[in-house]
Design a protein around this ligand. Structure first.
Ligand code: ADP
Ligand code: MG
Length: 563
C-alpha cells in the first residue's frame, strides 16, 4: 500500500503518461491489486485492473460444480456492479476520469471473464478511468479511487460479511434448477417449458427487465400442464410444449410475440427477479426472421428455394443483397447447418411470401422458386426432427399443419387444438394439406475461406466488438442487430475474437468445425484464452455456437463453397 502511495505522490501533477509507473501488483488491505494496462490519455479506453482477495471464505457449496460456479460468478459480478454504484464517486476531471466499471451483466446468466472464483480466491476484473486534471495526473483522486473506494467495493461485494449470502444461495440454486430443467426437456419429449407464475412481458421495447406493473402472470392451460421435479425448488408446474409443430394464435396485442420472445431467451438461464427464471427452451433453439439486405455466402438453400432467375444456383447461394424470403431461407439453412432442434418464427418479422402462398398467387404466378414455409414445416419435423413454434395472427392455413394450437387471449394461453380442428372442417383449406411435395434435406456444409476475411485496418489488424450489435473486422463492420438471441456485448466481443483467430489461421474450414473447435477450446481453457494480452482479458461472455456461426455468416467479404 505504501509503495502505491509513494508512486502516486511522485507522479502527481506530472503529464498523464506518468501513470504507466503504476503498472504492476500491490498488496492492499485484504486483496492484491494488479494494474495490467494503463491508458494513454484520459480520453482513451480505460485502464485495466484486477483485484484478487487473499482467500475465499464463502461456503464452497456455492461453487461446487461448474453450473454453480458460473452462477456464483455471475452473482458476484452483479454484486460488484452494485457496490461500485454505491462507493465510487464517478466522473471527476477530464475524459473518463474517476470511473470504475465492471462488465455489464444482462438479464441472463453467462460465463464471463469479469469474475473468477476458485477455492483459494476471488478475482474481479475491472476498468478504471485514471483521473486527470486537464492532461496531468490527479494523484489525490487516484488515491481515493484505489485506496478508499476500491477496498470498500471489495469488502461489500466479495466477502461473506458484505454480501447477502442467502440471496447468493438463491441465485445459485435457481440457475441450477433452470439448467436441470432444460436438460430434462428432450427426455420429456418437450421443446420448451413455461412455469406457472412466470412474468413474460418486458418493461419496454428497449429494456429486457420485467414489466413492473400490470403484468399478467403466466398460467398454463390444463391440457398442457406438466409438473417437473427440480433439485432445489422441488416440484414446479407449467406449460410443456411438446415436439412437433406448435402454432400460437391470438388477436393483435394479446401477447403472442411476448411468449415467443420468452421462448427465444429460454436458451439461457436468467437472473433472479427476471420473471423468466423457469422459462426454458432447448439450448440450440434459433429464432428465425427475415433480414433483407444481408449478405449470404455459398449457402445451400435448395431445400427451400428452387431455380432462381438466370439459372442462379441455390445449392451454393451467394448474394450481397438478399431479399426478405431468401434471407429467411438462408437463416434457416444456416441454423440447420450449425445444428438446431427448434425453430422459432413470428409472422411479425417474417417475409409473407416465405410463409405462405395462396391459391390465386399459385394460379397467377407460375415462376415461383420458393416453397413456402407452410409446406416445409412438417417435413422439417418428420425428416429432420426439427420442431417449430410459429406465431400467426393472419394466416389460418397454418392450422392445417399444427400438432397443437395455443390461443392467447388477454395474455392467457388456452389449448385451441380441438377448436382449430372444427374450424378447419367448416373452412377447409383451399390448398389441401399434404398436397405439396416439398421435402427438406440437411443443407450441405460449407467450407469457409479464412483468407476472404481481411483484418487489416491501416497498419494494424483488428477483430473486436464495437457494441452489442456490431463487430469490427479490419475495415468492415459486421451488423448483428437481427440476431435476436445475442444477449450482451461481452458475447459480441468473444465472437469477434473467435472470428479474428479463424481469419488469422488462413485456412479453408467447415463452418461447424470452426465454431465447435473454438467453443471446445473455451470450455477447456476458459474465456481468458481469447485474450490477446497478458493479465486482464477484457470483457467477454460466452456466446452460443448459433450466434458465433451467424456472425461469421454475416461477414460481407466472406467466401464459402459447399462440399
Ligand atoms: P402480439 O404479438 O400478440 O400482438 P405482444 O406480445 O407484442 O402482442 O404484446 C402486446 C403488449 O402486451 C406488449 O406491450 C406487451 O409487453 C404486453 N404484454 C404481453 N404479455 C403480457 C402479460 N402477460 N401481461 C401484461 N402485459 C403483457
Ligand atoms: Mg406480435
Amino acid at each position: 500500500m505504501q509503495r502505491l502511495q509513494t508512486i502516486l505522490d511522485r507522479i502527481d501533477h506530472k503529464s498523464y503518461g506518468a501513470y504507466k509507473d503504476l503498472q504492476g501488483s500491490y498488496d492492499l488491505d485484504g486483496f492484491t491489486l494488479f494494474v495490467d494496462r494503463i491508458q494513454r490519455d484520459p480520453f482513451a479506453p480505460p485502464s485495466l485492473i484486477r483485484a484478487r482477495t487473499y482467500d475465499n471464505r464463502f461456503d464452497p457449496a456455492l461453487f461446487e460444480n461448474p453450473v454453480r460456479r458460473v452462477a456464483f460468478e455471475d452473482f458476484l459480478t452483479r454484486s460488484v456492479e452494485n457496490a461500485l454504484r454505491r462507493a465510487v464517486k464517478g466522473n471527476r476531471g477530464s475524459g473518463g476520469s474517476g470511473r470504475i466499471e465492471i462488465q455489464r451483466a444482462s438479464q441472463v446468466v453467462l460465463p464471463r471473464s469479469s469474475m473468477v472464483v476458485t477455492g483459494e480466491h476471488i478475482e474481479a476484473r475491472m476498468a478504471v478511468g485514471l483521473p486527470a486534471r486537464g492532461r496531468t495526473v490527479d494523484a489525490r483522486a487516484a488515491q481515493a479511487m484505489l485506496l478508499e473506494e476500491l477496498p470498500r467495493v471489495m469488502r461489500e461485494a466479495l466477502t461473506p460479511a458484505g454480501v447477502d449470502v442467502e440471496t447468493a444461495r438463491r441465485h445459485v440454486e435457481t440457475v441450477e434448477d433452470a439448467d436441470h430443467l432444460r436438460q430434462q426437456l428432450p427426455g420429456l419429449g418437450l421443446i420448451a417449458f413455461v412455469a406457472d407464475g412466470s412474468v413474460l412481458p418486458r418493461e419496454s421495447g428497449a429494456s429486457d427487465r420485467p414489466l413492473r406493473y400490470g403484468a399478467v402472470p403466466f398460467e398454463s392451460p390444463e391440457e398442457f400442464r406438466v409438473t417437473v421435479e427440480l433439485p432445489n425448488r422441488g416440484s414446479v408446474s407449467g406449460m410443456g410444449i411438446t415436439e412437433g409443430v406448435t402454432v400460437i394464435v391470438g388477436g393483435g396485442f394479446h401477447g403472442k410475440s411476448t411468449l415467443l420472445s420468452a421462448l427465444a431467451w429460454g436458451v439461457y438461464d436468467h437472473t433472479v427477479g427476471d420473471g423468466r427464471e423457469y422459462v426454458v427452451t432447448r439450448a440450440d433453439a434459433v429464432k428465425i426472421r427475415a433480414e433483407d439486405g444481408r449478405s449470404v455466402a455459398g449457402v445451400d438453400i435448395s431445400g427451400m428455394i428452387g431455380e432462381l432467375p438466370g439459372g442462379r444456383s441455390t445449392t451454393s447461394f451467394s448474394t450481397s443483397n438478399a431479399s426478405g424470403s431468401t434471407s429467411q431461407a438462408a437463416n434457416i439453412a444456416e441454423a440447420l447447418e450449425i445444428g438446431t432442434s427448434l425453430l422459432l418464427l413470428d409472422e411479425d418479422t417474417s417475409a409473407t411470401n416465405f410463409m405462405i402462398r395462396d391459391e390465386r398467387m399459385r394460379e397467377l404466378v407460375e415462376k415461383e422458386p420458393i416453397s413456402p414455409f407452410i409446406d416445409l414445416v412438417r417435413p422439417l419435423y418428420d425428416s429432420l426432427g426439427v420442431s417449430t413454434v410459429v406465431v400467426v395472427g393472419g394466416v389460418g392455413d397454418y392450422l392445417d399443419v399444427a400438432d397443437r394450437v395455443i390461443l392467447l387471449e388477454d395474455y392467457e394461453p388456452r389449448d385451441a387444438t380441438q377448436r382449430a380442428r372444427e374450424v378447419r372442417m367448416s373452412f377447409p383449406a383451399r390448398v389441401p394439406p399434404g398436397s405439396s411435395e416439398a421435402t427438406v434435406t440437411q443443407p450441405r456444409g460449407r467450407r469457409l475461406q479464412a483468407s476472404s476475411i481481411d483484418l487489416r485496418r491501416g497498419k494494424r489488424e483488428t477483430a473486436r466488438g464495437k457494441d452489442l450489435d456490431t463487430i469490427e473486422l479490419g475495415r468492415e463492420r459486421v451488423e448483428l442487430s437481427y440476431l435476436e438471441q445475442l444477449a450482451e456485448a461481452g458475447q459480441t466481443e468473444a465472437i469477434a475474437r473467435i472470428i479474428g483467430e479463424f481469419a488469422a489461421g488462413n485456412e479453408s474450414r467447415v463452418v461447424a468445425e470452426v465454431v465447435r473447435e473454438a467453443l471446445d477450446s473455451i470450455t477447456k481453457n476458459g474465456l481468458d484464452s481469447l485474450g490477446s494480452f497478458r493479465g486482464h482479458p477484457g470483457e467477454m461472455s460466452l456466446p452460443r455456437a448459433q450466434e458465433v456461426s451467424a456472425a461469421i455468416n454475416r461477414v460481407r467479404s466472406l467466401q464459402a463453397a459447399t462440399g
